[in-house]
Design a protein around this ligand. Structure first.
Ligand SMILES: [Zn+2]
Ligand SMILES: [Zn+2]
Length: 160
């Protein structure tokens, strides 16, 4: 039997996780609290079920967003990372190293779904480099985002 292992972390790389075991499900939540917590139109979350989560670098800080739920985020860069409730824990889908493996299968909190959600796929489409004339800094941009795999040391050249 193949053991399923998922890795991921925040944008800056100070907070990294490893999840071992099958995850329970992938969803998006449109509720207003999830919108606010992610600064986004909805929250993409993977319910990890009985899988084991280990923080392999750093640990999230938490905001107790209600009497029943706390939300974890990277204390260094603020990337939203978790939704933690009495009935389980979910991890932000976009924080996984390979979010393409985790297609959502259900939408929650649809009372909060923003009215333009259903027409997003009709918007004009542009690649990042299509805007090079309007944003010439893109030509020599240097990313400080942690790569989509575990690293021995981070930032590169650092000591821990
Ligand atoms: Zn971070
Ligand atoms: Zn929600």
């Amino acid at each position: 039997m193949t053991v399923q292992v998922y890795t991921g972390g925040c944008q800056c790389g100070a907070t990294r996780f490893r999840i071992t075991g099958p995850v329970k499900g992938s969803s998006i939540c449109h509720c207003r609290m999830c919108q606010k917590a992610f600064g986004a139109f909805f929250a993409p979350l993977v319910d990890i079920g009985d899988a084991e989560l280990v923080w392999t670098r750093g640990e999230p800080k938490h905001f107790q967003s209600s009497n029943h739920v706390k939300r974890g985020f990277c204390p260094e860069c603020g990337t939203p990372l978790t939704y933690e409730a009495a009935d389980g824990m979910a991890v932000a889908t976009g924080a996984f190293d390979e979010p393409s493996q985790l297609a959502p299968t259900v939408q929650y909190g649809i009372e909060g779904r923003l009215p333009f959600m259903d027409s997003l796929h009709r918007l004009p489409e542009r690649h990042t480099m299509d805007d090079i004339e309007a944003a010439p800094f893109l030509a020599d941009i240097v990313s400080r985002q942690h790569p989509d795999h575990d690293t021995e040391t981070w930032p590169e050249g650092g000591t821990s």
